[in-house]
Design a protein around this ligand. Structure first.
Ligand code: AMP
Ligand code: ZN
Length: 495
């Protein structure tokens, strides 16, 4: 089996073998949320994608420093260089301090990340906490001749940059096309060229979020925070930079230009972009008004949803699609994910209790080879640009084998100790540690043991009415009873 991890690099437009700059250390930066509103399911898909990337790299033995920022200033409405700050605008509307808005939505974001079992990043820096670092980078860019100051604002000088570098190398945009598509300067802006972008903006009298700078009171542009914070925590050039596909341009293109403008070096080895979550084929976004909030999904309180779906069902649904494909959210897709998730968890419960034989008396070469092949396919999938869909397909094949072992159709003694351990470790590690899919314990809690005992007694005394009634109770909690040779157990009802 090919044992090298391949990552699709948006910059080179091909899959490349992953070779970290300072193995075993890996530096990874992901653009975090702008905390002026609740994150929606589209945002969640992107953050879950990179959670799995970090998890898998760690599983491979790398020491990952995962930095994901919080944008709490500088992101202007409509993602342009003019207009109000998203957070400032919200603060004004609600008559609150901007930092109250930031705190509210940061706390909400963290809660959702926990519900989805996304591991907290190693560092979560905020833009407002790194104003000095941003000013420093801007000063470097000015000193190199790639930015200019006008009226207290500083703009990146795209035409100057173009003399030496290719602005558009990431997004594939051709500069002529870019320039012809850029809105003409309306006389309000003091940019020299329409393609120039803001590094620092002078704050008008009404602007709430403001800091002193060498150019007067103002606030940073949206793109500069990521350059400043990634360089501070990961160095001038680091391994992986991630974000949603919609950030390729202008945000990430500008990050490359800023880094090269400040210190010549390309900032990132592997650019990774997660594709969009769509609703009826349209990107889920707050501005389009088609966004569903995690809380609405978990409680079923959105008119577009036929029922509630749990956090792990959502996570499973995300992972069933490769991150570079679009994923269209629908009730049908979520229902299928709910069944798939329960199947996977039943397999997990089974594999955990599968007893390792004391003796492996009759090794069956064919069976052993089959199990190795399945385990290899799971790892091969993840090695192939984190293909979680393939990994899940492999886990289902493994789950089938496990249930055959449990039902006595296959015997674990036909394996070798190594194969048995590989099967158990692969299932458990990939499911729980890499894919981050864990059991959502039945809401009935510890009562399930009593229910099982009553059911066993009712069966023994042939009290079929009670047997039926107890089955009904179990079902109402999403469980079924399993009559096995070894006794009675419960499983998640795969509906
Ligand atoms: P924002 O808070 O809007 O800056 O977005 C946070 C992250 O979510 C960014 O990486 C975006 O690219 C990503 N994102 C936004 N909308 C979607 C979507 N519909 N599907 C997937 N990712 C998205
Ligand atoms: Zn960013």
């Amino acid at each position: 089996m090919d044992s090298s991890l391949k990552i699709y690099n948006t910059l080179t437009r091909k899959k490349e073998i992953f070779e970290p700059l300072h193995a075993p250390h890996v530096g990874m930066y992901v653009c975090g949320p702008t905390v002026y509103s609740d994150v929606h399911l589209g945002n969640c898909r992107t953050f879950t994608t990179f959670d799995v990337v970090a998890r898998y790299l760690r599983y491979m033995g790398y020491k990952v420093r995962y930095v994901r920022n919080i944008t709490d200033v500088g992101h202007l409405v409509d993602d342009v260089d003019e207009g109000e700050d998203k957070i400032g605008k919200r603060a004004k509307l609600e008559n609150l301090e901007p930092m109250e808005i930031v705190q509210r939505y940061t706390v909400g974001f963290h809660l959702v990340m926990q519900q989805l079992n996304n591991i907290a990043p190693s560092i979560e820096p905020t833009a407002t906490g790194h104003i000095i670092e941003q000013i420093n980078v801007i000063e470097k860019i000015i000193a190199k001749g790639y930015a200019y100051e006008v009226g207290g604002s500083v703009y990146f000088d795209v035409p100057a940059y173009l003399k030496k570098y290719n602005y558009g190398e990431l997004s594939g945009r051709v500069i002529e096309e870019l320039l012809s598509n850029t809105r003409e300067l309306d006389g309000q802006s003091d940019k020299k060229h329409p393609a120039d972008f803001a590094l620092w903006k002078a704050a008008g009298a009404a602007h709430i979020m403001r800091w002193p700078s060498p150019w007067g009171e103002g606030f940073p542009g949206w793109h500069i925070e990521c350059s400043a914070m990634s360089t501070k925590y990961l160095g001038k050039t680091f391994d992986i930079h991630g974000g949603g596909m919609d950030l390729q341009f202008p945000h990430h293109e500008c990050e490359i230009a800023q880094a090269r403008g400040a210190h010549e070096d390309a900032p990132v080895r592997y650019w990774m972009h997660a594709n969009m979550l769509t609703m009826n084929g349209q990107k889920m976004s707050k501005s389009l008004g088609n966004s569903i909030l995690p809380e609405e999904l978990f409680t079923g309180s959105n008119p577009l949803l036929s029922q509630a779906f749990s956090p792990m069902t959502l996570r499973f649904a995300f992972l069933q699609t490769h991150y570079r494909s679009t994923m269209d959210l629908s009730n049908e897709a979520l229902k299928a994910a709910q069944i798939g998730y329960k199947k996977l968890m039943n397999g997990l419960r089974n594999v955990k209790v599968l007893e390792k034989p004391t003796e492996f008396v009759a090794p069956d070469e064919k069976l052993i080879a089959e199990i190795h092949k399945i385990c290899d396919s799971i790892v091969a999938g993840l090695h192939d640009d984190f293909n979680t869909a393939i990994a899940l397909a492999g886990l289902f094949n493994l789950a089938k084998k496990v249930s055959q072992f449990q039902a006595g159709q296959l015997l674990t003694s036909q394996l070798t100790a190594e194969t048995f351990e590989l099967m158990q470790a692969t299932y458990m590690n990939i499911t729980e540690n890499v894919l981050g899919l864990c059991e959502e314990k039945p809401s009935i809690g510890g009562m399930v043991t009593h229910l099982l005992k009553d059911y066993a007694e009712a069966k023994q005394t042939k009290n079929f009415e009670k047997v039926d009634a107890l089955r009904h109770v179990a079902k109402s909690f999403g469980l079924v009873f399993k009559d096995m040779k070894t006794g009675i157990d419960w499983a998640y009802d795969e509906v």
